[in-house]
Design a protein around this ligand. Structure first.
Ligand code: SF4
Ligand code: SF4
Length: 365
């Protein structure tokens, strides 16, 4: 039994999405519509989450507005007392639907952008016209008076325009922009040779963000997540495993992080068989890497272990075959050299799009 309580919950309402971004954080094995939880089950989960102590609910996907019951789900979450954040591609979202969501109690919108160059934006999204639609959604969100965050995933095809994207986001009236480099597991790992920037590009991006921060903050808050392949130490992934948040998949598995299913050998309890409280406190997956007792060297005796929690378990598994190893993003990991070597590895212009019907990508490493 842990004393910790979750602050946030990511509800992946569906894996359906009109877009096909090759860095999508959804698992390579997508849940199908026929497997999705029904409305009543989600409403029950939202109430259980609020009772457990969750404050913020992120309504996500795929594209959450692909669910015909999204307004009803938002109303139920708000009624349960949760702060609701809609994480959307903006594609398929009309002003009328946004008005209905606002009326149902939606508190915040987080809109993804691909690029300021419309051609590259639509190419990455895998849908012509996506860029234009996203701008219309941004305008509608601001006109409705809902707080807007814009998030952009950075990769080799858009990194040169990182400052332009921040300026453009600021012009929409967004209050915050989240600029995060691609995470290289799942779809991102399958597309690493196409998406990974060069060392020079990353250094130029760091400098551009530092400069634009001096010019624009505090009129807009800029969150910048640096890429692991170019870092000395890992990020505090999820602020610690099973420490602050939980993630519910479309079919009802409850995970400590959205990519946790990529770790073979973990068993995830579902909302069909257990309450959220039982899963949070007692499930083997949530307890597998909680705290620091599970750590091996060099993390075990490292003074940074309460700062970064040994980094990302999914990345450790992807590179070393053992999720209890140090994240190879750390320069103290014996696998750090292999991660760095990937920076100098071969590149391709071929993208593997995230689609249900696609043949499964061949995972590298
Ligand atoms: S990353 Fe792209 S494909 Fe994946 S859910 Fe978001 S919008 Fe859809
Ligand atoms: S050894 Fe482990 S705890 Fe220390 S910096 Fe590296 S990842 Fe973090």
């Amino acid at each position: 039994m842990t004393d910790l309580l979750p602050l946030g919950m990511l509800a992946e309402l569906t894996h359906r999405c009109p877009l096909a971004c090759p860095y999508c954080s959804n698992p390579v094995e997508l849940d199908r519509r026929s497997d999705e939880l029904d409305t009543a089950t989600w409403l029950r989960i939202f109430e259980e989450a609020a009772e457990l102590g969750v404050l913020q609910l992120h309504l996500s996907g795929g594209e959450p507005t692909a669910r015909s019951d999204i307004v009803e789900l938002t109303r139920g979450a708000a009624k349960a007392g949760l702060y609701t954040n809609l994480i959307t591609s903006g594609v398929g979202l009309t002003k009328q639907r946004l008005e209905a969501l606002a009326e149902a109690g939606l508190d915040h919108v987080q809109l993804s952008w691909q690029d300021t160059d419309p051609v590259v934006a639509d190419k990455i999204a895998g849908l012509e016209g996506a860029h234009r639609w996203k701008h219309e959604t941004a305008r509608a969100v601001v006109e409705l008076g809902l707080p807007l965050t814009i998030n952009v995933v950075i990769h080799r095809l858009n990194i040169a325009r990182i400052a332009d994207m921040i300026v453009a986001a600021c012009r929409t009236g967004a209050r915050r922009i989240e600029v995060a480099h691609t995470q290289y597991y799942g779809w991102g790992l399958a597309n690493r040779a196409a998406l990974l920037p060069t060392q020079e590009q990353v250094e130029a991006a760091h400098a551009a963000v530092a400069q634009i921060r001096r010019e624009l903050e505090p009129s807009i808050l800029i969150d910048y997540v640096a890429p692991d392949h170019f870092s000395r130490f890992p990020k505090p992934c999820m602020n610690g495993w099973g420490r602050q948040s939980l993630n519910v998949t479309p079919r009802g598995k409850v995970l400590p992080c959205h990519a946790a299913e990529s770790i073979r050998g973990l068993t995830f309890w579902t909302v069909h068989d257990h309450s959220l409280r039982e899963i949070w406190h007692d499930s083997p997956a949530f307890n597998a890497f909680r705290g620091t007792d599970w750590m091996k060297e060099p993390c075990r005796s490292c003074p940074r272990k309460h700062i970064d929690f040994g980094g990302c378990r999914c990345q450790a598994f992807a590179w070393t075959g053992d999720a209890a190893n140090t994240d190879p993003a750390c320069e103290l990991s014996p696998y750090h050299g292999a991660l760095r070597d990937a920076v100098a590895g071969p590149r391709t212009n071929e993208l593997i799009y995230r689609r249900f019907s696609q043949p499964k990508p061949v995972l590298q490493d």
